[in-house]
Design a protein around this ligand. Structure first.
Ligand SMILES: Nc1ncnc2c1ncn2[C@@H]1O[C@H](COP(=O)(O)OP(=O)(O)OP(=O)(O)O)[C@@H](O)[C@H]1O
Ligand SMILES: O=P(O)(O)OC[C@H]1O[C@](O)(CO)[C@@H](O)[C@@H]1O
Ligand SMILES: [Mg+2]
Length: 361
């Protein structure tokens, strides 16, 4: 007979709740981000080792909760996973309110003996958690998004890794661009905000950085490109996927809609490249980094941030602080009510963009 720890969740016998103990469900939802596994490890490791708690892994976000796709998470599951990208639990963009809502979630929590739930996700996941918690369910949240667009926390884990990957890619684009005296357009993630474009663009010394918060004319972009080229540089343009030219009313979308009915982004760089080439006469190439920014090993910064947020979330559960999420404020991990956290997105402030754009070209 194999040991329990050698079996995957679906092969294990159903979890039997021990009287008097506390069982905590964990789910990851929305787009994955490097560091999700470090959060899961921190919660389960500390919870088992220090507090004698039990854990239930929920597969594929809210989908696994409403489908009761739940298994006991044991110590073996979380061994050495901090450095692994993705999420061992899987994720989805399922809306629990389209699959039975709070009643169904309550039913599954009761039948699996789940006393509390930790939801790890972005603004959509946390909005769902907020609604469920308002309806009386014992839930706390952990913020995640590579886009770094959640207002209540200074940084989300995954962002640092995405910036690191984007910077390395731009460094590479610069050497090939330099060799051919080409303009290189690097498209990075950022649906509503330009944090990844801003940070990786600054780090890589981009000559132009284009973000969703700042509509810009093609003439202005071409002026900057021509100026850099005139100085003997191979112009590097960093553009966020959600960027709009001043002539556009909607984001560039040629890939249909996602599971939540939003435009799937990607391709604005490919759209801009021929426009730049036609207007400036400078040969131009575009690269879309896409999901490469979300995959693979998290940076040490993201692992540490994710671990601290996991410990904070566990502490909130132990204090029964339902309806709150953990956040990074300065160097401290703090608790923030969901409602406060979900008010608005953290956009790039004008002053941050102005100090960078003053040096474009
Ligand atoms: N206001 C809401 N109420 C209930 N459910 C919601 C709400 N907003 C979003 N959701 C559900 O939560 C899912 C996760 O949200 P979303 O797809 O935006 O990912 P996220 O957690 O915000 O992460 P990402 O950073 O990838 O956007 C959505 O696909 C949707 O089904
Ligand atoms: O292709 P997916 O997984 O639906 O997600 C893409 C979106 O998720 C994010 O990475 C995070 O919200 C966005 O930058 C991007 O538009
Ligand atoms: Mg979202």
């Amino acid at each position: 007979m194999p040991e329990l720890s050698e079996l995957t969740g679906s092969e294990r016998a159903p979890y039997v709740h021990q009287d008097g103990s506390m069982a905590i469900g964990i789910l990851t939802s929305g787009g994955d981000a490097p560091g999700l596994n470090a959060v899961i490890r921190a919660i389960v490791f500390s919870g088992i080792q220090t507090h004698g708690l039990e854990f239930l892994g929920i597969r594929n976000g809210w989908k696994g909760l409403v489908d009761q796709d739940v298994f006991e998470l044991v110590r073996h599951d979380i061994m050495g996973i901090s450095k692994q990208g993705g999420t061992i639990l899987g994720t989805s963009r399922t809306n629990p309110f389209e699959h039975g809502g709070a009643e169904r979630v309550r039913e599954v929590m009761e039948s699996t003996g789940m006393d509390a739930l930790i939801a790890i996700g972005g603004e959509g996941t946390l909005a769902a958690a907020n609604r469920l918690s308002d309806l009386g369910l014992p839930i706390v949240g952990v913020p995640k998004t590579v886009d770094n667009d959640l207002d209540a926390t200074d940084y989300t884990f995954g962002f640092d890794t995405a910036v690191q990957i984007a910077t390395e890619a731009m460094d590479r684009l610069r050497t090939t661009g330099d060799s051919h005296q080409r303009c290189m357009v690097a498209e990075v993630m950022g649906r509503h905000v330009g944090w990844i474009a801003l940070h990786s663009g600054v780090a890589a010394g981009a000559h132009v950085i284009l973000i969703p918060e700042k509509k810009t004319s093609i003439d202005q972009i071409c002026d900057w490109v021509t100026k850099a080229h005139g100085r003997g540089r191979a112009p590097l343009v960093a553009v966020a996927e959600g960027f709009l030219l001043d002539s556009m009313t909607d984001v560039h979308n040629e890939r249909g809609l996602d599971a939540f009915g939003r435009p799937r982004l990607g391709g604005i760089g490919e759209m801009l490249a021929p426009m730049i080439e036609d207007r400036t006469g400078i040969e131009t190439r575009a690269t879309t980094l896409g999901h490469i920014q979300r995959g693979g090993t998290p940076t040490a910064f993201d692992r540490v941030l994710a671990t601290r947020l996991g410990w904070g979330a566990l502490q909130m559960v132990r204090e029964r602080k339902w309806g709150f999420m953990v956040a990074l404020k300065g160097t401290e991990i703090v608790d923030v009510p969901f409602a406060e956290a979900l008010g608005s997105l953290k956009t790039v402030p004008d002053a941050r963009y102005d100090e960078v754009s003053a040096l474009f070209g």
